[in-house]
Design a binder for this molecule. Sequence first.
Ligand SMILES: [Zn+2]
Length: 128
Amino acid sequence: MRQKITRDLTVIARYYIKKNHGKYHTGDVVLRVRNDKGVEYLVTVRPTNDQSCSCPSRKPCYHLEYCKGVEEAREAAAEQVLAAKVIADKLTQEVEAICAEVSTELAATPARELAPLNGNRPFSLLRR
Ligand SMILES: [Zn+2]
């Protein structure tokens, strides 16, 4: 098997296709990549797994592999963000429930029980 040539790639632009347009379909992601020699290619990553790259090499080329990896990492990160948001929302609800409980308890507590024990003097550690 022939060793695949790989170069350092940089994604310089990402386009998410929102509407069918020519050869592009809704949900396609087009990545413009540049290799270490400054050559740019357009790589299309499709939800249908039908990928394409504008380079002349035999497919699947390393641009495709790289871009699929980039999109997979992006999806994984998005899922983590979503999971973190669910946890944050749950914690917010819990804190709100505790706050509501505490303010209900405070409202039900007679005022004399809430009076400060030091007679409203400023707090001091060096009381003589
Ligand atoms: Zn390619």
